[in-house]
Design a protein around this ligand. Sequence first.
Ligand code: CCH
Length: 286
Amino acid sequence: MSTFGDYEAVRQDIASLLHQPEYDDGSAGPVLVRLAWHSAGTYDAETDTGGSNGAGMRYEAEGGDPANAGLQHARVFLEPVKQKHDWITYADLWTLAGVVAVKEMGGPELEWKAGRTDYVDDSKLPPRGRLPDGAKGADHIRWIFYRMGFNDQEIVALSGAHNLGRCHNDRSGFHGAWVPSPTRFSNTYFRLMLSEDWHEKTLDNGVRQFVHYDEDLDEELMMLPTDIALTDDPDFRPWVELYAKDRERFYIDFAKVFAKLIELGITRDESGKVVNGDNVRGGYHA
Ligand code: CCH
C-alpha cells in the first residue's frame, strides 16, 4: 500500500530501480533523465502547447515520434513504481524520475514540484518535430530551445546532461557514450569537448558523428554534431569553457535550468497548485 501524496516513498522506489545490471552501462538513470527531458521539451511558448503536463508520450502520436525511440525502456522501468503508487500521475512520475536519477548519479539536487495531470488536451498536443535533431547545427539548436524560452547560457547548461548515457544505433542511429563514466554526473562532457581532438566519422548506417579514441577505455567516445556546434559558436563557446573549468557553477546552472524545463507549460496559483491541464474542453482523462 502506498500513502497518497507520499512523494518521498516514490523517490525511494525510483532510486532503488536505477541499478539495472543487464541494461546499458548498468543503470536506468540516463534513459530516465532523457524521458523527463523529452516529456517537457516539446513545449512551445508562443502557443503554450506541449510540455510535461498530460504525459502525451503514452500515446502513439507523441510516443511514436522517432525522436522518442528507446524511451519505452524508461517507461517500462517506471511502471512498477506507478503500479505501487497509483495516485501519482505519469507526468509527475516521469519528471520526478529524472530529478531522482540526476541526484543519485552524483548530480545536483533539482527542484521538483508535484501537480502535473495526466489529462490530455487534444488542442495542446505537440506536433512532431519539436525535439532537436543531433545531425544539425547551432541555428537549429537555437530555433528549438528559444521556442521553449531558453537563452544561450541555458542551452549550454542543459546540454551538459550528455555527460550521462549513450547513443544507440537502433534508437537514434548515433553510437556510443560521450564520456568514460556515463552513469556519473559531472562536467566531463564539457572538459572532453574542449580537450580532445574530435574528428568526423560516418557510421555504417550513413550517420555522421564526431569521435575520439580513448586509449584507457580502448573505445571511441562520441559527440553529436549539435554538441560540437556548442564549441564552434562564438556565443555558446564561452559557456562551454566556463562549465569545463567550473564544475560547481555547472551544477548550479544545470539545477536552475532543469527545474525550469520541467515546469514549462505548467501554471500554478500562489499556493503552488497546478491550475491548467484539467477540465479543458476537447480533452480526456486517461
Ligand atoms: Fe540528448 N540525446 N539531446 N539531451 N540525451 C541523446 C541521448 C541523451 C540531443 C540528442 C540526443 C539534451 C539535448 C539534446 C540526454 C539528455 C538530454 C541521443 C541518443 C541523442 C541523439 C539517443 C539514443 O540513441 O538512445 C540533442 C540534439 C540535443 C540538443 O540539441 C538535453 C537538453 C538533455 C537533458 C537535459 C540523455 C540523458 C541521453 C542518454 C540517454 C540514454 O539512453 O542513455
